[in-house]
Design a protein around this ligand. Structure first.
Ligand SMILES: Cc1cc2nc3c(=O)[nH]c(=O)nc-3n(C[C@H](O)[C@H](O)[C@H](O)COP(=O)(O)OP(=O)(O)OC[C@H]3O[C@@H](n4cnc5c(N)ncnc54)[C@H](O)[C@@H]3O)c2cc1C
Ligand SMILES: NC(=O)c1ccc[n+]([C@@H]2O[C@H](COP(=O)([O-])OP(=O)(O)OC[C@H]3O[C@@H](n4cnc5c(N)ncnc54)[C@H](O)[C@@H]3O)[C@@H](O)[C@H]2O)c1
Length: 473
């Protein structure tokens, strides 16, 4: 018997598809290699990291209590108790991803590793499953860089770090991307001495260079040590101490740590005999067209296993595209012009559309409007004044925004909507923004565009003239 749809992978990409297909009455089988549904985001990614970050924020606030006119005694951090909360939150969210919920939608949920034997068949726990269409949503795992000594060393990745019960005294983080930087700051705020080693010229290399430099300053003020443009030539471990032999140009030094966290990128999970199905793939994952179809037209792929953006919201977005094409035959195509992403540091760094650097690199003529949070009243009240909003404007319309600041991840959605709707920035400025909100930063940034013209000598002369002509009453 051929099923309508077999979904391989029960992370966000697979679950969104299964939920829609099941509720529409499509004969669907969902297979996951793990013990639970929910994938990386729930078990080893977004949820545990953001929950840990919240504890770290609270720890930081306790230390800063005096600034707010309060007294508080920080005391030592019990990482076990912090991780208990992390796992309790995972447990709460896990209820939404309960296999029985999907079974109630009519989805046949199986646990086991799936692999193809041909383009119409997968094997799971020795059983052959045939289907008219497949959706691959197998996600990604930590990449292991070829550093001498690394594979013999004890190290953590996002898959094990949330199992720690004792706070590392010295933590070395290899990789200054979103995973590395978010966790580095969280552990530093909880009390670890943290060193990050990043081979690119800046932390968070995909984000606006000016804003990541500003973030770097904040992190360094909080006590983190950040080495950029630095390669690790060798890792040695003895007596529970990791020694990372680092190099930047001709400078050589050693970073010592008790705990090592590897956050040096991701590798797509492609261990499912794709060749047997004739599905094309490369080092970055399964090759798909803009309708999420692989080289074999009835086999679709979404999420981290195909990219190009390894975010939960993108796996969900791509699942929507795959559903339209696979279930409704609507030729919907993925559109990546307005993709937001957020790094949940404090301050948060959020980006959508073009950055200033990208615009310049592509010779696109843009103007950049900016406004610092230190001049936003609410940020002052909150005691969170680091950062700024940078708006990238082309011919009067917003084409990109990068925000470094408190709740930047929430704020960025005003820019997401403005870019998506092709709004003129003047419309943004004329919209009433409640006072005192952080969102005022957008209106104020746009207003800088008009301030110079508005208060120029020419306008002042014009207004003076007008005043003479205007009747008194
Ligand atoms: C530490 C960390 C923090 C993150 N934070 C954020 C964040 O804040 N915001 C954000 O948007 N993104 C974040 N991400 C990225 C996000 O987790 C991923 O983009 C998202 O999980 C991808 O979803 P997916 O459905 O493609 O894969 P996954 O969620 O990884 O699910 C894949 C599933 O496939 C299963 N599987 C694999 N191979 C097979 C097989 N052969 N047979 C059967 N099943 C298989 C796995 O068991 C897994 O359950 C974070 C990632 C990490 C690691
Ligand atoms: N807030 C979020 O949305 C969020 C948070 C965490 C992760 N994620 C997703 O997960 C993905 C993976 O995160 P990541 O941080 O592991 O990957 P990444 O690829 O974004 O960053 C890895 C970093 O490690 C550096 N690196 C690689 N090899 C190195 C080496 N040998 N020595 C020193 N530095 C090295 C790279 O230059 C890069 O900056 C991200 O791309 C992101 O999409 C998202």
């Amino acid at each position: 018997m051929k099923h309508d749809l077999v979904i391989i992978g029960g992370g966000v990409g697979g679950l969104v598809t299964a939920s829609v297909a099941g509720q529409l009455g499509v004969d669907t089988v969902l297979v996951d290699a793990g013990e639970n549904l929910g994938g990386d985001c729930l078990h080893h990614g977004c949820v545990p990291s953001k929950t840990l970050i919240r504890s770290a924020e609270v720890a930081r606030l306790i230390h800063r209590a005096g600034e707010f006119g309060l007294a508080a005694n920080p005391g030592p951090v019990d990482l076990g108790a912090v991780m208990d909360r992390v796992h309790a939150v995972i447990g709460q969210i896990q209820q939404h991803d309960d296999p029985d919920r999907f079974r109630a939608y009519g989805v046949d949920v199986r646990f086991g590793h799936a692999r193809f034997t041909d383009a119409d068949t997968v094997i799971v726990n020795g059983e052959r499953l045939q289907a008219r269409r497949f959706l691959i949503a197998t996600g990604s795992r930590p990449a292991i860089p070829p550093i001498p000594g690394l594979t013999d060393a004890d190290f953590h990745t996002n898959e094990t770090i949330f199992g720690l019960r004792t706070l590392p005294r010295r933590l070395a983080v290899l990789g200054g991307g979103p995973i590395g930087i978010e966790l580095a700051q969280a552990f530093a705020r909880l009390g670890s001495q943290v060193t990050v080693v990043e081979m690119a010229g800046q932390i968070l290399p995909r984000d606006d260079a000016e804003l990541t430099a500003e973030l770097r300053q904040v992190l360094e003020t909080e006590g983190l040590t950040l080495h950029t443009r630095t390669t690790v030539e060798r890792i040695e471990q003895a007596d529970g101490v990791s020694r990372l032999a680092c190099r930047n140009g001709t400078a050589h030094w050693t970073v010592e740590a008790d705990t090592l966290l590897l956050a040096a990128g991701r590798t797509p999970n492609l261990d499912l005999d794709l060749k047997a199905a004739g599905v094309d793939f490369g080092p970055r994952g399964i090759r798909v067209d803009r309708r999420q179809r692989s080289s074999v037209r009835h086999i679709y792929a979404v999420g981290d296993c195909c990219g190009p953006y390894p975010f939960t919201h993108m796996a969900e977005y791509q699942a929507g595209i795959a559903i339209a094409n696979a279930l409704f035959r609507v030729p919907k195509k993925a559109d990546y012009r307005v993709v937001p992403w957020v790094t949940y540091t404090a301050p948060e760094l959020a980006t959508v559309g073009l950055t200033e650097d990208e615009a310049r690199a592509r010779n696109i003529e843009v103007e950049v409007l900016r406004f610092p949070f230190s001049a936003v009243d609410r940020a002052l009240a909150e005691g969170e004044t680091a950062g700024q909003a940078k708006l990238v404007v082309r011919r009067g319309r917003l084409v990109g925004a990068s925000v470094l600041g408190p709740h930047a991840g929430e704020l960025i959605h005003e820019a997401v909507l403005a870019i998506q709707a092709r709004l003129r920035v003047a419309t943004l400025a004329s919209a009433i923004h409640a006072y005192p909100t952080l969102a005022q930063v957008f209106r104020r940034a746009v207003n800088t565009r008009y301030t110079e013209t508005l208060y120029s000598d020419r306008t002042r002369r014009l207004v003076a003239l007008l005043q003479r002509w205007l009747p008194g009453r």
